[in-house]
Design a protein around this ligand. Structure first.
Ligand code: NAP
Length: 381
């Protein structure tokens, strides 16, 4: 088999670097045809040197202009349009969608429309514009393969199963680092404390989203769109050990769970090798050492972002795009120490309450609504 040709969008981040780690251990099975990031010139150039990659992209056009100083032989794709061009110019077999935030939408849709499968970590495109992403995949005849551990778990639980046999999807949640913190102390949580996630080392945005449980709400949208189930058939269950990555219940009440040590390289590798499996350079699961697995209801009163996401999901239309835009702006403000931790759900909730309900009918409309959500929060902070 010739090596699978991989384009990594967001190669300098947490998912991107772990994807490179997986590829490092399977050097003969993959060829990296392109690497792209936001503005991290040096890291991108180092990655290009190590993996011998000749096509590099940077969303920041200024940074792209300086890329030649450190990587003189590379073909450089500059700015958001440059990244779209890169998707077609590098003709990959698989695009790894590891850009953070809503900015990953257009490249995800461009790849799928061109018939290229996408191993998708980036949540926000599916939350804000799930219908458009799935329609693009259908038009292009391409597949979205989830990277997110919970989504990968469900994807794996469903292999060989029939759609009509599915009863419920059970999404596990660690509960976040502040699950046991008394509500009055949550108000004083700092960005630094929120960035110290107990289990996963992730980018800043997704780490804060995990602490507010907005992230779990976002995953409900991913389940909704990737597996075509209604919100009413998706349940969140808190599971502190993060060993069971998610479960599917079938009509005969049989429940299939996918388990493993919490290590993103496992679902990343599965997305890269799918439908095959390969050896992984990670330790195995020692259940006797773990001892017990515990479960609890999520605290939607203490962590309203999860409830807000569920409400936006059930309302549909433009509300999911407002949710994504408002959450992005609120997280940015929190990371800049300009609002408190509990202001995040307050501002996101206010944006959803004040939205006029207009339903986006195109990808461009989704961008407009997302911008409305961002601006609303910035103006009301
Ligand atoms: N980390 C995890 O464990 C995890 C698990 C599941 C899902 N996810 C999802 O995966 C996505 C990536 O997460 P992450 O933790 O890897 O984030 P991250 O560490 O912040 O990395 C983000 C990557 O995207 C690049 N980027 C940012 N804005 C861009 C733009 N406009 N155009 C092109 N590239 C851009 C960054 O480049 P620069 O370095 O130049 O800024 C970086 O390479 C998120 O949507 C997250 O929710 C993450």
């Amino acid at each position: 088999m010739p090596p699978k040709r991989i384009l990594i969008l967001g190669s300098t981040g947490s998912i991107g670097t772990q994807t490179l780690d997986v590829i490092r251990h399977h050097a003969d099975d993959f060829e990296i045809v392109g690497l792209a990031a936001g503005s991290s010139i040096e890291t991108l150039a180092d990655q290009a040197r190590e993996f011998g990659v000749g096509a590099l992209g940077l969303a920041c056009a200024d940074a792209a202009g300086r890329l030649h100083e450190v990587s003189s032989t590379a073909t450089v794709f500059a700015g958001p349009d440059g990244l779209l061009e890169m998707v077609s110019a590098t003709s990959p077999d698989l695009v790894v969608g590891a850009i953070s935030g809503f900015d990953g939408l257009s490249s995800t849709i461009a790849a799928l429309e061109a018939g290229i499968d996408v191993a998708l970590a980036n949540k926000e495109p599916l939350v804000a514009a799930g219908q458009f992403v799935i329609e693009a995949a259908r038009r292009g005849g391409a597949e979205v393969i989830p990277i997110d551990s919970e989504l990968s778990a469900i994807f794996q639980c469903l292999r060989g199963e029939r759609r009509e046999d599915i009863a419920r999807m059970l999404l596990t949640a660690s509960g976040g680092p502040f699950a046991k913190l008394p509500p009055e102390q949550r108000r004083a949580v700092t960005a630094q404390q929120a960035l110290a996630h107990p289990t996963w080392r992730m980018g800043r945005k997704v780490t804060i989203d995990s602490a507010t449980l907005a992230n779990k709400g976002f995953e409900m949208f991913e389940v909704r769109w990737l597996f075509d189930v209604s919100f009413d058939r998706i349940q969140v269950v808190v599971h502190h050990q993060s060993i069971i990555h998610s479960l599917v219940e079938f009509r005969d009440r049989s429940v299939i769970a996918q388990m493993g040590r919490p290590d993103m390289r496992v679902p990343i590798q599965f997305a890269l090798t799918y439908p095959e499996r390969m050896d992984a350079d990670v330790p195995g699961l020692d259940l006797a050492q773990i001892g017990s697995l515990t479960f609890a209801e999520p605290d939607t009163a203490g962590f309203p972002c999860l409830r807000l996401a569920m409400e936006a999901g059930r309302a549909g239309g433009g509300y999911p795009a407002v949710l994504v835009g408002a959450d992005q702006a609120a997280v940015d403000l929190f990371l800049d120490d300009r609002i408190g931790f509990t202001d995040i759900p307050r501002l996101v909730g206010a944006a959803l309450d004040d939205y006029d309900g207009t339903c986006p009918s195109s990808q461009g409309d989704v961008v407009t609504v997302n911008n409305w959500g961002q601006t609303y929060v910035t103006d009301h902070a």
